[in-house]
Design a binder for this molecule. Structure first.
Ligand code: GLN
Length: 248
């Protein structure tokens, strides 16, 4: 079984260890007997490349990089991305990348960066005089039903979903989409948009399995049953984060 993993803008969109998600996907793919080929998708690459991918990943960045990338996404890439998401390709979009999936991102200096409008959501950064939303975060998700998915968030933007039922998770501790309505991220078909850096996948193997399982299901029309693996280290890492944030 072979899967292609499209990694959007590795040089520009990869903050707070987001590259660790590629390492986690590669690690678990190997254990599951999947040959995973990582294919960078960079500035000026043809959009057709996106349509050959089984998993898509884009990490976070600061406002400046988002501006550059937003221009590159315009020429055909946004349509290809929308098509892939609608077709059920596995996708993970973190922080700045998640913000792209919405209608727009208003940066700290007021610049409006147009989004891809794949989802009915928008993000606004209220400006430098407002605190960034920084710290550990724990959420309840449909993917890892009896576990709290943990990560680390650091964003100035506040995201608002028109349909809160599409949230990826419910905030247990931390800020999530906007620090107010307890929603975190977006979850649609097999795509996850989230503020969780950390990076998210090494700490939360269930989310990693979800992306790999769905990609195999789609491409090979078969289910790989992820059995119980030894996830003791990951479990302990999550428990420490949860313990440290008990009183928030
Ligand atoms: N620039 C965005 C914000 O501050 C995204 C930050 C990030 O990707 N870590 O909201």
């Amino acid at each position: 079984m072979k899967l292609f993993l499209g990694w959007f803008y590795p040089q520009l969109m990869s903050t707070y260890g987001d590259r660790g998600n590629i390492i986690a996907l590669s690690y678990w793919a190997k254990i599951l007997g999947i040959d995973l080929e990582v294919c960078p998708i960079s500035l000026n690459d043809p959009y057709e490349k996106i349509l050959k991918m089984d998993i898509l990943f884009m990490g976070g960045a600061q406002d400046k990089q988002q501006e550059i990338v937003s221009k590159d996404l315009k020429n055909g890439k946004s349509k290809a991305l929308k098509k892939a998401i609608e077709a059920g390709v596995s996708g993970l979009f973190v922080c700045g990348a998640y913000q792209f999936l919405g209608r727009y991102y208003k940066a700290a200096d007021g610049t409006k960066i147009p989004g891809l409008s794949i989802f009915d959501l928008y993000t606004e950064n209220p400006g430098e005089s407002f605190p960034r939303l920084i710290g550990d975060i724990g959420i309840k998700t449909k993917i890892a039903k009896d576990e709290i998915v943990v990560g680390f968030e650091n964003h100035g933007g506040r995201t608002y979903l028109s349909n809160k039922n599409l949230a990826f998770g419910e905030v247990i501790f931390g800020f999530g989409n906007n620090g107010k309505d307890k929603t975190e991220g977006i979850f649609y078909k097999n795509t996850i948009g989230t503020y969780l850096h950390g990076p998210i996948l090494p700490k939360n193997p269930k989310v990693t399995f979800f992306l790999l399982e769905k990609a195999i299901e789609r491409k090979y029309k078969r289910k790989i049953l992820v059995k119980e693996f030894d996830e003791e280290w990951e479990k302990q890492a999550r428990e420490i984060v949860i313990r440290n944030n008990r009183d928030r």
